[in-house]
Write a protein that binds this ligand. Structure first.
Ligand code: CMP
Length: 139
């Protein structure tokens, strides 16, 4: 399997709890490298565009409000099977259903405030990386 990249957001709930470093530690312990990163606050327009695939879902407005409620840490991760590997590190979307030892189990609160986001496929990862990073940001 070739080296792959995926995209991560440490969400406002985890950032507020001083959890950026804890999530990065899990990423690195999981065999992935952080190859770019940025601390920022999403605008409402950015959050709506980033989560546009969910715009018909009943939780969309709440999700946008939550994702703009405080700063986030966006990053690009690299490693073997990075998309799948990071999803394993994160655990299930709903922290209540996530396996022990996963980021969402340990740092998430509920299905919305679930500590971190990871791309769901290599194609999505490429789009999500390009949403926040230019080619020249990536070593
Ligand atoms: P994320 O991996 O960022 O991708 C979409 C997000 O929508 C997801 O994590 C959750 O934060 C949120 N989400 C998914 N399903 C629900 C739900 N049923 N209720 C509220 N938020 C949800």
């Amino acid at each position: 399997m070739a080296i792959e990249r995926t995209f991560s957001i440490v969400k406002p709930d985890a950032v507020k709890k001083h959890g950026i470093g804890k999530v990065i530690a899990r990423i690195e312990e999981g065999g992935l490298k952080v190859v770019a990163g940025r601390y920022l606050r999403l605008t409402t327009e950015q959050a709506k565009a980033f989560y546009a695939v969910h715009k018909e879902r009943p939780f969309f407005n709440d999700l946008v409000a939550f994702m703009t409620s405080g700063p986030v840490f966006v990053s690009v991760l690299e490693g073997e099977n990075a998309v799948r590997r990071y999803r394993e590190v994160l655990g299930a979307t709903d922290p209540a259903k996530a396996d022990a030892g996963t980021v969402r189990k340990d740092f998430g609160t509920d299905v919305e405030k679930n500590a971190a986001h990871g791309s769901d496929a290599p194609e999505t990862a490429a789009q999500e990386i390009a949403f926040f990073f230019r080619g020249t940001d990536l070593a």
